[in-house]
Design a binder for this molecule. Structure first.
Ligand SMILES: [Zn+2]
Length: 98
């Protein structure tokens, strides 16, 4: 249950919620995209003498899961509340996974 940050009343009303995907993943995309992780996986598999395709696949899957995790973290939910007691408006932001 939310509380008013002004008068600390628990009687707050949820007006609306907005959702926003933060574009900060573009850094992650360029530095460790699934394809570059697949390349790393292939190089590692050569080193450890396992099938390069298998290594590439592992890198690709690991990279995909990593990006999925990052994207979930970046999904930002903003809840807009109004206090019933002092009529002040306030926003609560939190990241939500899909
Ligand atoms: Zn209040």
């Amino acid at each position: 249950m939310q509380q008013c940050p002004y008068c600390h009343s628990p009687h707050v009303q949820l007006l609306r919620r907005s959702q926003q995907s933060q574009p900060k993943t573009h850094l992650t995309f360029s530095t460790c995209s699934p394809m570059s992780l697949a390349t790393v996986g292939m190089q590692l598999s050569k080193k450890f003498k396992i099938n390069p395709l298998l290594g590439g696949l592992i890198g690709l899957v690991a990279g995909g899961m990593f990006l999925l995790y990052i994207q979930q973290q970046d999904n930002l939910i903003t809840l807009h509340y109004q206090c019933e007691q002092c009529q002040e408006h306030f926003d609560i932001q939190h990241a939500e996974s899909i």
